[in-house]
Design a protein. Sequence first.
Length: 267
Amino acid sequence: MKILIIGGGNMGLTYAQSFLRSHIATKEDMMILEKSPERAAILAQKDIGTVYGTAEDCLQRADLIILAVKPQDTSLLFDSLRPHVHPQQVFLSIMAGVKIATIAESLQVSKVIRAMPNLPAQIGRGMTAFTSSDAVTRIELVMVQNLLNTTGKTVYVEDESFIDASTAISGSGPAYVWYFMDAMMDGAKQMGFSHSEAELLVSQTFLGAVELYLATNLSCEEWIQRVASRGGTTEAALKSFGENALKGDIVSGAFAALHRAEELGKN
């Protein structure tokens, strides 16, 4: 299987390295299309496959084409790709907000898979939701899922609208976590801890809390109750969060991300 990754940015590079590291693909079968000569030179030094500068040099030889470019670049991208595609190729898009129908119509293809990974995919801890057009076969879908699994965990969704929803939750979600961590680090430093001490206190707390949650069948609310004794310090913090409607603000933020993902799909 020949794989062409279009876009040699963070996610494009992550996929190439993950596929090779897991031995699910070889350097001989890996191609990367990168329009920036400077970036192409950097990618060539990494020895992760053959790097090309134009679609006509590589697109027709690919079985799977991964679209890993910014959604704002789709119009020019599709125009450059359309003359070189053929019906049996499978297209995997990780472009936020760009719908399957848009890709299929713009490229005149039928086998389209749309996925939304997140940044922790760079270390094999990613979360990816994906869906597909009806023309994608079961074998092709399993093949692509195996590739995506090299970067973390995956979930298949039947309804494409859930891709926008996953963009708002797992796609943008790491930034929400880091935002909360940053606020806690600021609080720790205001209490007198050094930067390195605050960083250790907060990062280990997040890591431990997540691993403890995953190790049991208890809900978040049940774990909160185990930590928050009546009249204690945790209860005081939770009361402040409630008075400031923090939970509602987090949910509102996630919906703002969802609405933006939907807007991108209309452009």
